[in-house]
Design a binder for this molecule. Structure first.
Ligand code: 5RP
Length: 234
């Protein structure tokens, strides 16, 4: 199933259905982005109805929204475990027969470093997406969060790996975007990625890379909102 562009209704269906997986007493990782925002809203409504949860936001944006809708917050170092993380994605491999099934590109919101820590820590990581995110092969540029001093040397290494890096600019000012961690983002085009796991290992090995946006073998379930429902991929 491949379509162009993401529908808000599909994102809302995916987010709201994922929120139903949250149970009383859970510690919940709160991802970043417009699809996850629907889940955060829905969790907020459940909290207003008496659900006892604690959320761990993955960005300033998700923290602000969680506070707005009344979700009590905590931090990774204050809990023993994270029961569930709900997070969006920029691309999701949907190829049930391939070993790359479920691999993701994340970081469209420049939050992938914190997202990866929280999503990897969770007992269960649920991805929420609309059909436009599904693909046979990952092919979007991979966001790399990099230490500011290292952005040119990391860009050189990415070129040696066959990638084409672009420093992500802020749309609202003359300069690069700065992450919640005070770092920069290089969006690195590699074309169609045959082996995301191998590329992930190479990118992690570059000094100055804080985190990359390839999430391989991490997702437990994907909720795909459609025109009239939600498809659940285990
Ligand atoms: C932020 C992310 C987002 O989850 C990803 O960009 C998807 O966002 P959206 O749900 O708005 O399409 O990785 O870093």
């Amino acid at each position: 199933m491949k379509t162009e562009g993401g529908s808000d209704a599909a994102k809302r269906r995916a987010g709201e259905r994922a929120a139903e997986a949250v149970e009383d007493g859970d510690v919940v990782g709160l991802g970043t982005g417009s699809t996850t925002a629907y889940a955060i809203d829905a969790i907020g409504r459940a909290v207003a109805d008496g659900l006892a949860v604690r959320g761990i936001p993955t960005s300033f944006q998700s923290r602000r929204l969680a506070l707005e809708v009344g979700i009590p917050l905590t931090t990774l170092d204050a809990v023993e475990a994270v029961d569930l993380a709900i997070d969006g994605a920029d691309q999701v491999v949907d190829a049930p027969d391939a070993r790359t099934d479920g691999a993701l590109i994340k970081g469209g919101g420049a939050a992938h470093a914190r997202e990866k820590i929280v999503d990897a820590t969770a007992d269960r990581f649920v991805v929420v997406a609309d059909p436009s995110k599904l693909t046979d092969r990952l092919e979007r540029p991979i966001p790399l969060e990099v230490l500011p001093d290292a952005h040119t040397v990391v860009a050189d290494r990415v070129r040696e790996f066959g990638g084409d890096p672009t420093l992500r600019d802020a749309s609202h000012k003359d300069g690069p975007i700065v992450t919640d961690n005070g770092n920069l983002v290089l969006d690195c085009a590699f074309g169609s990625i045959e082996d995301p796991g191998e590329l992930a290992t190479r990118l992690s090995s570059v000094p100055g890379v804080v985190e990359h946006g390839l999430f391989v073998g991490m997702a437990d379930t994907t909720y795909v909102g459609t025109d009239d429902g939600v498809e659940i991929r285990e």
